[in-house]
Design a protein around this ligand. Structure first.
Ligand code: SF4
Length: 387
């Protein structure tokens, strides 16, 4: 197997990776002086993954897990402390300014805050058309026409072109940011929390827009988010990060149906189950996320993990698994089964029936305190399992 393909497969991706990150680290130094050592903040601490052409990869985790830092390192908006990033086999970390400028046309970023990411003194036409001007594309007239086309593509009107960002709503400003990102005809777009600053009703519109644009322009998307509900319907694969490390990688449907890592389980338990009358048992994580300046020994999640054992405190778990499912937990194969009601398929599908049966079985065992493998009475009347 080609070394690139082997690496991509090891990181949970396929063989046609458009982007690969290998051993990516970002350590920030803070404080320090004549008699004091600086504190090293390990924002990202050895992250490797591959993104396949045409896929939508989500990177999720709580604030401070390092996901946005990863996004910025992929674009080289901040320099990695160690590791490499390659786009179609070309190393980004070693590129000079000219090479980077050229490659930036192929990779674009949509930022979280649609207001502060747009220059308030520039008109919408100037903001969207600036990348065209920077890349010396076409005449002034051609650039103007392309700008108006882009505005229409993202659902804005041509007469919006000569207005300023403050004249638009949050959702419209994010559309302007997306139009600008599309101006250089990129092949990869990284959305850093692209909808988290928007009202819930507007979030769905922007998500739909990103999905439409992905199809229309054959884009590859990386969506960075803290909310698993946001990426559920738009991503093909999910990377879960905790305290600067990847703890789980899985195809989206598998992750929602059966999360392997205890941290992923806790994140998913915060999402309401779409079963009428059934409330999910919410697993609140105890304690704050530890400081990346002083991460816990062994498994970084052991200070908050309900399944932690002595081995977890001393030995760091490797990211391991098969068939695109990876988890960094010593015991993920032997943990109690996760409730199986989270990824309901179409109504009355066999998959839904099976998951509901598993879910009911799991709840029944919880109620009577039965072990996962112990035989139990399975003729619970319908509706009895409502908590
Ligand atoms: Fe929890 Fe231990 Fe697994 Fe870490 S390795 S997630 S502490 S069970």
């Amino acid at each position: 197997m080609h070394p690139r393909s082997a690496r991509a497969a090891r990181h949970g991706g396929g063989v046609s990776a458009i982007l690969e990150a290998e051993g990516l680290k970002k350590h920030f130094r803070s404080g320090g002086g004549l008699f004091e050592k600086p504190t090293v903040i390990r924002a990202v601490d050895g992250v490797s993954f591959a993104v396949e052409k045409g896929e939508t990869l989500a990177i999720v985790g709580e604030s401070g897990c390092g996901k946005s830092t990863v996004g910025r390192m992929l674009m080289r908006l901040i320099e990695p402390t160690a590791g490499s990033v390659s786009f179609e086999g070309q190393d980004l970390v070693g590129l000079d300014a000219a090479g980077l400028r050229r490659l930036r046309g192929e990779m674009q970023m949509v930022f979280q805050d649609p207001f502060s990411s747009l220059n308030p003194r520039m008109t919408v036409a100037d903001i969207v058309g600036e990348p065209l001007w920077l890349h010396g594309e076409g005449s002034t007239k051609a650039r103007r026409e392309k700008t108006l086309d882009l505005l229409q593509t993202v659902g804005l009107r041509p007469d919006h072109a000569d207005r300023y960002p403050h004249e638009f709503s949050g959702g419209q400003r994010q559309r302007i940011g997306i139009a600008r990102a599309l101006a250089s005809s990129p092949r990869l777009v990284i959305g850093d929390e692209p909808v988290s600053a928007l009202d819930v009703s507007i979030q769905a519109q922007v998500i739909n827009l990103l999905e439409d644009l992905k199809e229309r322009f054959a884009l590859t998307l990386i969506i960075i988010a803290h909310d698993l509900a946001v990426i559920r319907h738009m991503s093909d694969r999910v990377i879960v990060m905790y305290l600067g490390k990847i703890v789980e990688v899985a195809p989206t449907a598998s992750l929602y149906a059966e999360p392997l890592h205890p941290y992923t389980r806790a994140l998913l338990s915060a999402i309401p189950l779409p079963i009428p009358g059934v409330r999910a048992e919410r697993r609140l994580l105890e304690g704050d996320i530890p400081s990346p300046a002083n991460p816990p020994s062994g498994c970084r999640f052991h200070t908050r993990c309900p399944f932690a054992q002595e081995r977890c405190r001393v030995e760091e778990p490797l990211l391991r698994g098969s068939e695109g499912r990876l988890a960094a937990c010593h015991f993920y194969e032997t943990l109690p089964p996760e409730t199986a009601g989270r990824a309901l398929g179409p109504a009355d599908s066999p998959a839904k029936a099976r998951r509901l049966a598993l879910y009911k079985d799991h709840r029944r065992r919880q109620e009577i305190g039965a072990r996962p493998d112990a035989p139990i009475e399975t003729t619970t009347p319908r509706g009895e399992l409502t908590p």
